[in-house]
Write a protein that binds this ligand. Structure first.
Ligand SMILES: [Fe+2]
Length: 475
């Protein structure tokens, strides 16, 4: 889920095809044509070199660009006055001094930086496209990632100095659209089936990628380095002082697929446990990255038979926790005229307990009541049981629920599963008690990830305001 907040002390599917970003002119990379070789010195005594392949590639790219310009119209998605918080803001360029503070910063408050990551669409807002293939639209989480940082610094006299800065995460695709100075990637998640398929194809032909890399969901730390991430690509290392994007992080070339927005640091070892889900096989791959961030220790295909939109991964001292729920990405469903991303409450849901360095055969699966859980609060071992707590809903916010003022199945509540590793028994229950309190975006003290914790902090959701402000799809 988009929007994440993190506080850090001051001392917080890669495509093999090359991007055209590094070119000074916007040439587009297409598959090479090996039959064509540069022609050299075809006239006696006249040094001539014609790169036929480049001419063909450039011409094809221009034709594709002309096709998109002629047949696709980008239109702004409307924002209601009540949705102004979804509107993008401009980059500041440099940090500014915060001069108005309500209340008082406690004396024992630590110096540090507080970072928020969230979608901040380029070119004025989210877009839809109309074309001969129908309409497709960005969904509400598809704005380009922007980091917002508040720096807390104290003078030797004890006075607080607070600075604010923001900056887009400069992914490869962000650079492409900035260079072209116009929205260029066609929305490829929600809309008419034919429009989705044509967007996939045209994005791929023009840019070598099916969709944009948004990097708008989380910021995490590993081995003293800080990364911005969204789960459709690998993370980007960022400088938390300048907010500049430093590089893509592929663990020295070892991780070549999407990366969960919520990787977890394993208790005791400090290894980073991650997960990469994709629309095509292998649908889900788990990874263990060394504590120093230099080496991929383990990479295992979980051999799922569907692409479940798994947004999080849990850890305990000995296990990794895999959420296989019926919110799926299905290209075949699009070919049949359906949605690319869909929650189907009739399908199975299960939680897999994977030994830290195990493989697909060593996963112990527990069937649970069908649900959608984007965020794990925490997981830990309690005797023979693995306890998993998360924010569970009975419908999905992605790509957008059917609006209803009466039923809030798409909003999540705090929930617990107890999975007995000896007997296979599952005990599950709501932990909100009788009170209907909707919560999400949980966070706990990082020192307790994977071990028994006492406190968790979540955002409380107002169901009426969330239903009426219109951020979700009304169908
Ligand atoms: Fe999230």
């Amino acid at each position: 889920m988009a929007t994440s907040y993190k506080a850090f002390p001051l001392n917080c599917s890669i495509q093999k095809r090359p991007s055209h970003v590094s070119d000074k002119s916007p040439h587009f990379n297409l598959p090479p044509f090996p039959a064509f070789k540069p022609l050299k010195k075809i006239l006696p005594g006249v040094p001539l070199q014609i790169d036929v392949q480049k001419i063909i590639t450039d011409t094809a790219a221009k034709l594709l660009e002309a096709f998109v310009d002629s047949f696709f119209e980008f239109v702004d998605q409307p924002l209601l006055p009540s949705q102004s918080n979804f509107a993008p803001v401009e980059e500041l360029g440099e940090a500014i001094l915060v001069t108005s503070i309500q209340g008082r910063i406690p004396d024992d408050f630590p110096e540090g930086v507080y970072i928020r990551n969230g979608p901040n669409p380029l070119f004025g807002g989210l877009k839809s496209t109309n074309s001969i293939f129908g309409r497709s639209s960005h969904i509400w989480v598809e704005g380009e990632g922007m980091l917002h940082a508040i720096y807390f610094k104290r003078s030797s006299e004890g006075r607080w100095k607070v600075l604010y800065n923001n900056k887009h995460v400069e992914t490869d695709t962000y650079k492409i659209e900035k260079q072209l100075s116009k929205p260029s990637f066609l929305p490829a998640i929600e809309g008419d089936s034919l429009a989705i398929l044509s967007a996939y194809l045209l994005n791929w032909l023009r840019f070598g990628k099916a969709n944009k890399y948004i990097s708008n969901t989380n910021v995490f730390e590993h081995s003293g380095k800080f990364y911005s991430v969204a789960e459709n690509h690998i993370p980007q290392e960022i400088d938390i002082f300048t907010l500049k994007t430093l590089r893509n992080w592929d663990v020295n070339g070892a991780w070549d697929r999407p990366f969960t927005s919520h990787p977890k640091k394993a208790p005791d070892t400090g290894e980073l446990v991650t997960l990469g889900v994709a629309a095509t096989k292998p649908f889900a791959v788990a990874g263990i990255i060394s504590a120093d961030g230099e080496k991929l220790v383990r990479k295992v295909d979980l051999q799922l038979n569907r692409s479940t939109l798994c947004h999080d991964i849990g850890v305990t001292k000995r296990y990794n926790v895999i959420m296989d729920f019926p919110l799926t990405i299905d290209l075949n469903r699009v070919l049949r005229g359906g949605q690319l991303i869909k929650y189907n409450k009739e399908e199975y849901a299960r939680i897999g307990i994977l030994p830290r360095y195990g493989d697909a055969n060593s996963i112990k699966w527990f069937e649970v009541e069908p649900n959608c859980t984007f965020h794990i609060i925490n997981s830990f071992e309690d005797g023979h049981e693995v306890v998993v707590r998360g924010c569970r809903s009975l419908d999905s916010l992605i790509p957008g629920p059917v609006l209803s003022l009466k039923e809030y199945e798409w909003l999540s509540r705090c929930y617990e599963w107890r999975l007995n590793m000896h007997t296979g028994e599952v005990k599950e229950k709501d932990i909100c008690g009788a009170n209907v309190v909707y919560m999400d975006f949980p966070v706990i003290n990082g020192n307790f990830i994977g071990v028994r914790n006492r406190y968790a902090y979540t955002q409380v959701v107002d169901p009426i305001a969330s239903s009426t402000q219109g951020s979700q799809r009304a169908t």
